[in-house]
Design a protein around this ligand. Structure first.
Ligand code: FAD
Length: 554
């Protein structure tokens, strides 16, 4: 493989090697013609940068890193790797196969975007630099189908998509909590947030994609053209191709958002209210499009509950301190700490009402109507009005603060689970009120919120819990730990205990952003979808060379 890479470096037309990384400073970003052509890099700087991710737990050094300046560079690399592997395969060579890993923002936490010594990492951030300002094309069509959309490079960050769309008064429909992730990276998982209950995950809001498959072909796919590839890639963990363009559904953008949080001491009251709200406020795709059409023409329009999440606060002997905790007025801090100390575990329901009008009176009335009949602890509801951008980009402030304190680039032993609704109470008593309290190592936010099953498309590769009879809702639970350099093993122990507890109880829990070490574990994870997943792999990446860091076939 190393020999091959050396040959590759010298033969790739238009791809030059260089010793030091090309400078990517803001003036260059504005002036594309100064960009160097893509480069296949083997120097220590490029290789070490590709050997780490947001998790800071796994470190793998690839043989080389491609800094593509165009989609052609990616097509060329995948073709050469395919030919190399096919040649070895046909000659029964014992050489390790050459792998190719797309690396988006590298905000995975378990090495999912890495490649080992027999692999090349494709640094999509370099493609972003090369195509910046040209990789988001917003189309607000006058016809109702498919409605407004944006053609977006797989390497684009969601914040860029938002900014470009807002210039046309529109915005994507479905989000992640944090916007500095690539479109290709989140579509390879699912892309979930408080809007998922209503619009589905991000993978339910894509019309079309361009994908470089594992056979080196650049293929356009959609629900009507190359549909099998389209659904394979969505939630496909990078296994079937590299997304170079996605057509993202948009709708008219609200003017502002009323953002509300309420505290609960009783888990059953908390989940009943969450479920009631997402059931009442989930509208069908058809209605959704109709409404956005109306809003395009009549901006006097309405208000809508468009976001619902929830979180858990566990008594650790002080105020909660993480990037999602600063919401209630500081004058309330003492009362909240007392509430947590009294109950040991409390819950926070969070929602946002989109407003398409500047009329405050409407918002006040809508909020009153929404809160009526909810069972939060009296006196523990707080709301504020923010711009739509500030709401969607709410995690950024916390990130910048943690960065300034050197607390962002630390180990992140995250655990994300999808829990069937019928088992969520058992999860509360066995995990939050037992394991988490007993171990007392939880740092960072713990999210808990429900989603509607019918907003997920079964044809995609994403895995959600099996549907128990008449169970239309399941929960996501995210332990978004950030540890000191020393403490993460203890958190991993807690993660293991939680997973074992769920397995022992037969809860039918599925991991989101899953990580496993063996093919057998992946087969169990995919369950009935495993056979189809394997077949799709044979069809679109027969040399099994894409995204080896997921450790599914490698
Ligand atoms: P990477 O980590 O670079 O890649 C992830 C996987 O996708 C790898 O296997 C990689 O090979 C593959 N890949 C990357 N680009 C492409 C491409 N163009 N084509 C095909 N495959 C590709 N997730 C949510 O759903 N909701 C959230 O609210 C949320 N919040 C987050 C907040 C933070 C602070 C962080 C760190 C992560 C969060 N995530 C969330 C998880 C995040 O969505 C995933 O980790 C996602 O993969 C990150 O995107 P990325 O661009 O960093 O992908």
């Amino acid at each position: 493989v190393l020999l091959f890479i050396t040959r590759l470096i010298s033969t790739l037309q238009g791809i030059k090697t260089s010793k030091s990384p090309p400078a990517v400073d803001p003036p260059l970003l504005d002036n594309h013609r100064h960009f160097p052509v893509g480069a296949l890099r083997t120097d220590a700087t490029a290789v070490s940068a590709a050997a780490t991710d947001y998790g800071h737990i796994i470190h793998r050094r690839p043989a080389a890193v491609l800094h593509p300046s165009s989609v052609d560079d990616i097509v060329k690399l995948v073709n050469l790797a395919y030919d190399y592997n096919a040649h070895n395969h046909n000659n029964n060579s014992t050489s390790a196969s050459l792998t190719v890993a797309a690396r988006g923002r590298s905000h995975s936490v378990r090495g999912q975007a890495m490649a080992a010594a027999n692999g090349v990492v494709v640094d999509m951030m370099r493609l972003r630099s090369a195509r910046f300002n040209k990789n988001v094309n917003v189309v607000v069509s006058s016809s109702s189908k498919p409605g407004p959309y944006a053609d977006v490079g797989g390497e684009a960050l969601w914040i860029n998509v938002l900014e470009a769309a807002l210039r046309h008064g529109v915005a994507p429909v479905s989000w992640t909590d944090y916007l500095y992730l690539t479109v290709g990276g989140t579509l390879s998982n699912a892309g979930i947030s408080g809007q998922t209950f209503r619009h589905g995950p991000q993978i339910s809001n894509v019309h079309e994609m361009d994908v470089v498959t594992g056979t080196g072909k650049l293929v356009t796919c959609s629900p009507s053209t190359n549909a099998n590839l389209f659904y394979a890639v969505l939630g496909g963990l990078g296994q079937f191709g590299i997304i170079t363009r996605a057509r993202i559904a948009l709708r008219s953008a609200p003017k502002k958002v009323r953002w509300v949080r309420m505290l609960y001491s009783d888990f059953s009251a908390f989940t009943s209210d969450q479920e009631r709200l997402i059931t009442v406020h989930a509208s069908s795709r058809k209605q959704e499009h109709d409404t956005s059409e109306v809003r395009n023409h009549n901006d006097g329009g309405g208000l809508e509950l468009d976001y619902l999440e929830g979180s858990v606060m566990v008594d650790r002997g002080g105020p909660p301190s993480h990037w999602r905790s600063s919401f209630f007025p500081t004058s309330d801090a003492h009362r909240i700490v007392s509430l947590v100390a009294q109950h040991r575990v409390i819950y926070c329901l969070e929602l946002a009402i989109n407003s398409y009008t500047t009329n405050h009176h409407h918002l006040d009335m809508e909020l009153e109507r929404l809160l009526h009949g909810l069972s939060y602890v009296p006196g523990f509801a707080h709301s504020k009005d923010v711009s739509y951008v500030d709401f969607l980009d709410r995690v950024r402030g916390g990130e910048l603060e943690l960065q300034s304190r050197g607390l962002w680039e630390v180990p992140h032993p995250w655990l994300n689970l999808f829990v069937p609704k019928s088992r969520i109470a058992e999860f509360d008593s066995g995990v939050f009120k037992d394991i988490v309290l007993r171990r007392n190592v939880t740092t960072g936010p713990v999210l808990v919120y429900p989603m509607n099953r019918n907003k997920w498309d079964e044809r995609t590769s994403a895995v959600i819990p099996a549907a128990a009879e008449e169970e239309d809702v399941f929960y996501t639970v995210g332990f978004l730990h950030s540890s000191g350099q020393e403490g993460w093993e203890e958190v991993e122990e807690q993660n293991r205990e939680i997973v074992e507890f769920c397995e022992r109880s037969g809860m039918g829990v599925k991991q989101y952003l899953a990580h496993y070490a063996t093919t057998e574990e992946w087969a169990r994870h995919f369950g009935p979808k495993w056979t189809r997943f394997r077949h799709r792999k044979s069809e679109f990446d027969p040399m099994k060379m894409l995204s080896p860091g997921q450790r599914i076939f490698n």
